[in-house]
Design a protein around this ligand. Structure first.
Ligand code: STX
Length: 323
């Protein structure tokens, strides 16, 4: 069973102005002369963490992490600056990845993304296929209506009714959303962007706690506590909700319909069988549409990247492509 590479520190850090009064945090670790890889984090709004560096052999990879607009160390943070969400869309992020690639003097790179990172990785690779040497994707998410309905409009209630109740509670009880009780994403949009912290604060914590408590196969109290930290939860919930209310600025099913654009890009698809957040049907459909990629269904895992079987398969893939 492979486990994370040792802890490392970045040897280069910066903030890249991307326009619209926004700057994104980026860092490079590992071997400065190694094979370039860019890590795309989840959410959207989840931010990177030092553990993400450890998915790649630091002797072989030049490891690039960055925080997408509005979250992590990027500025301004969506917890304090919700107005900047107007210039925060999938296609802004695809352009930001290109700006970062050029800033770092990289011609082509491996793209690694889990969850929302897989969505963004597919969007980037389909827009700029010549820039992508390999695509390693986990917990496949394409932001289709059926995927959003499953996780945010009640599908999961069949399996985790207790956790669903915690998510639905602000929508079902707030006097501010009487007309939107049948549409949780829309109701949350009103609550999360309400000026009163007594409204947006608890809504953000409920949104983020639901996600944190459903992404691991077994309960992980430390993860739930980290997500429930108020400013983290508020940026995460506002950014996710903004993207999902707008269908990711995709035509429904676009990323699967355009899988032919990935032809010739080596890839790996890694999916947990019991992933509640991004259920396995999407990974399966991507596998069918993009048969050149290796496909691993981990039989005893949920969604998170550090579930043992998922981590093993991810590092197997990054080691395989490093050779
Ligand atoms: N959101 C799925 C997703 O990308 C629908 C995601 N969920 N939690 C995360 O990402 C992190 C743990 C990476 C923040």
């Amino acid at each position: 069973m492979r486990t994370l590479y040792p802890e490392i520190e970045p040897h280069e850090i910066g903030f890249l102005p991307v326009g619209d009064d926004q700057e994104i945090y980026w860092e490079v670790s590992g071997n400065p002369d190694g094979k370039p890889v860019v890590f795309l984090h989840g959410g959207p709004g989840g931010g990177t963490s030092p553990a993400h560096r450890r998915l790649f052999d630091p002797a072989k990879y030049r490891i690039v992490l960055f925080d997408q607009r509005g979250c992590g160390q990027s500025i301004p943070h969506a917890s304090t600056s919700p107005d900047h969400l107007a210039s925060n869309t999938t296609w802004h992020l695809v352009d930001d990845i290109e700006k970062l690639r050029v800033r770092l003097g990289i011609e082509r790179w491996m793209v690694f993304g889990g969850s929302w990172g897989s969505t963004l990785g597919l969007a980037y690779a389909q827009t700029h296929p010549s820039r992508v040497t390999e695509l390693v994707l986990r917990g496949i998410f394409t932001l289709r209506k059926i995927e959003l309905d499953w996780f945010y409009e009640g599908g999961t209630r069949m399996i985790v009714p207790d956790l669903w109740e915690g998510f639905a509670e602000p929508v079902q009880t707030s006097p501010l959303v009487p007309d939107d009780r049948g549409h949780h994403i829309r109701a949350y949009h009103r609550l999360l962007n309400h000026p009163d912290p007594a409204v947006h604060g608890p809504a953000a914590v409920a949104w983020a706690s639901y996600e944190a408590s459903t992404i691991t196969l077994l309960p992980n109290a430390e993860l739930v506590a980290r997500f429930a930290e108020p400013s983290y939860a508020l940026a995460f919930a506002r950014i996710e909700n903004h993207y999902f209310l707008n269908g990711g600025w995709f035509d429904d099913g676009q990323l699967l319909a355009n899988a032919g654009l990935l032809r010739g890009i080596p890839g790996a698809i890694i999916q947990g069988r019991y992933d509640l957040c991004t259920p396995a049907v999407t990974a399966w459909e991507l596998h069918r549409a993009w048969p050149e990629a290796s496909f691993t269904m981990v039989p005893d895992a949920g969604h998170a990247f550090d579930e043992p079987g998922i981590l093993d398969a991810l590092i197997e893939a990054t080691d395989r492509f490093a050779r």
